[in-house]
Design a protein around this ligand. Structure first.
Ligand SMILES: [Zn+2]
Length: 466
């Protein structure tokens, strides 16, 4: 369920710039950290986190071992006990569970539930490393990054909290452009953070560690451990917590400004006992098998039953101010919240995913590289991971997207909905906050000629107004 997939990369994020309030920070003073703008109430965090936790527990078995749970719990309590008063939320309920999963992952949900995979407990070299990753996770909760992220996404009308969202994927089982169904939405949403949020969680995490009696540099050391132990595809944890760059450097600088609390000390004996106990258990159960996906509800049909794009265009405006014009015979999906437009008959339902065979979808992907071409490449690689038949034709061309310097790429795919080759156009540009804006056009290859112009007109109509 939480494998490395592009779904995370497609999480919509808009930074509003309220991040680290660094006011000429010297090495002597801890960096002030303020929660980003958030239109949700703390009680919403609690409700949404609980809903997400229920989804997660359908697929994630917990380890009920009392000594391991107790160990994790007391580490968690040490951190909760030092949350700065202005950041305390009386509604939040902090829980700490061990997931019976061997992979290197840990995550915390809005309002308080935290899950630490036993794989990450095993990989940690000392108690400081383990509590370091927990302090980072807890900081996301305290700073309410999950709902802050949603606040930004809604600005661009890119998602609905409990519903489907997040972006589009080409593929999955269908090998066509599919908007991911709701069952993944909430979970992936709250577990992919922007680099600004990452840095905030590192800084606040370092401060919590020092107050709880741990050297914050152990957190930086844990990130190195994760990078090393993550295997060829990289550690899962880092795919949802992207490295903002210079992580070790700024954590070390912050550590120098902090005083590690006296009296409280890491408990090496308890950590060693935890490792021994972990090693004595049977191997991790791994993810629960999800119920078999329902059979496709759409049978292959000839793509020619779809009306060609109208030469008349109609404009749409998102609440954020984003403007887009599409052929007048294209509509957004009924009840959908994504920026998707397709002609009648082109939307389909497959399993619990909806998608389309003709049309466009716009979205935002978190920038990983601060470089348009590399971010575009990362987006396409994400799409290809779940679509083995997807191929890039040629290279990238420079083009204007929303009046800004952008890139265009053309891909081919084999649609399992129609059984026919598919033409896919991808356009990207950079948003002011550094993230990647993308527009993806899809049409059957045989009709590509009718769509190339329509996609170009949609691209030139874009006004991002960010
Ligand atoms: Zn993070």
């Amino acid at each position: 369920m939480f494998t490395r997939s592009h779904l995370r990369a497609l999480t919509a994020t808009f930074c509003l710039g309220i991040v680290l309030l660094s006011t000429g920070v010297s090495a002597q003073s801890p960096t002030p950290v303020a929660p980003p703008k958030n239109k949700y109430k703390p009680a919403d965090d609690v409700r949404l986190g609980r809903e997400a936790a229920q989804e997660i527990l359908k697929q994630t078995p917990l380890l009920t071992d009392a000594s391991l749970h107790g160990y994790l719990e007391q580490l968690g309590r040490r951190l909760v006990g030092v949350i700065p008063v202005p950041l305390q939320q009386k509604e939040f309920v902090y829980t700490f569970d061990v997931a019976d999963m061997a992979d290197l992952n840990a995550f915390a949900l809005p309002g308080g539930p935290m899950f630490v995979h036993r794989g990450i407990m095993k990989a940690s070299k000392n108690e400081g490393e383990l509590i370091g990753v927990m302090a980072h996770e807890l900081s996301h909760v305290i700073l309410r990054h999950g709902t802050a992220q949603q606040t930004k996404a809604e600005k661009f009308q890119l998602g609905a909290l409990a519903g489907q969202v997040i972006g589009s994927v080409v593929g999955g089982a269908a090998g066509s452009l599919i908007a991911q169904g709701s069952s993944f939405g909430v979970n992936t949403y709250f577990m992919k953070f922007s680099r600004d949020h990452e840095k905030q969680a590192d800084i606040l995490g370092a401060q919590l560690m020092a107050k709880a009696g741990y050297d914050p540099r152990d957190m930086a050391s844990m990130f190195r451990t994760l990078e090393k132990e993550g295997g060829p595809s990289g550690p899962q944890w880092l795919s949802s917590h992207p490295n903002p760059g210079n992580r070790a450097v700024y954590i070390t600088a912050e550590a120098q400004a902090l005083k590690v609390a006296e009296g409280l000390r890491p408990n090496a004996a308890a950590f060693a006992a935890m490792q021994t106990r972990l090693a004595s258990l049977p191997p991790a159960a791994g993810p629960r098998k999800a119920a078999a996906a329902p059979a496709a509800t759409t049978s292959p049909r000839p793509a020619t039953s779809i009306e060609p794009p109208s030469s008349q265009f109609r404009g749409y405006r998102a609440p954020s101010g984003l403007q887009i014009s599409v052929p007048a015979n294209w509509q957004p999906p009924a009840g959908g919240s994504a920026l998707m437009f397709a002609p009648q008959g082109a939307f389909y339902q497959q399993g619990n995913s909806t998608g389309f065979t003709h049309g466009v979808e716009a979205g935002i992907s978190t920038s990983q590289n601060a470089d348009l071409q590399r971010d575009t490449q990362a987006l396409l690689q994400g799409l290809m991971q779940t679509n083995p038949k997807l191929r890039l034709n040629g290279g990238y061309q420079s083009t204007a997207v929303g009046g800004r310097p952008g890139l265009a790429a053309t891909l081919s795919n084999l649609s399992e909905v129609t059984g026919q080759p598919e033409y896919i156009a991808v356009f990207t540009t950079r948003l002011r906050d550094g993230n990647l804006f993308y527009l993806i056009g899809v049409a059957p290859d045989a009709q590509a000629g009718q769509y190339v112009d329509a996609f170009a007109r949609v691209r030139t109509s874009l006004k991002l107004n960010d």
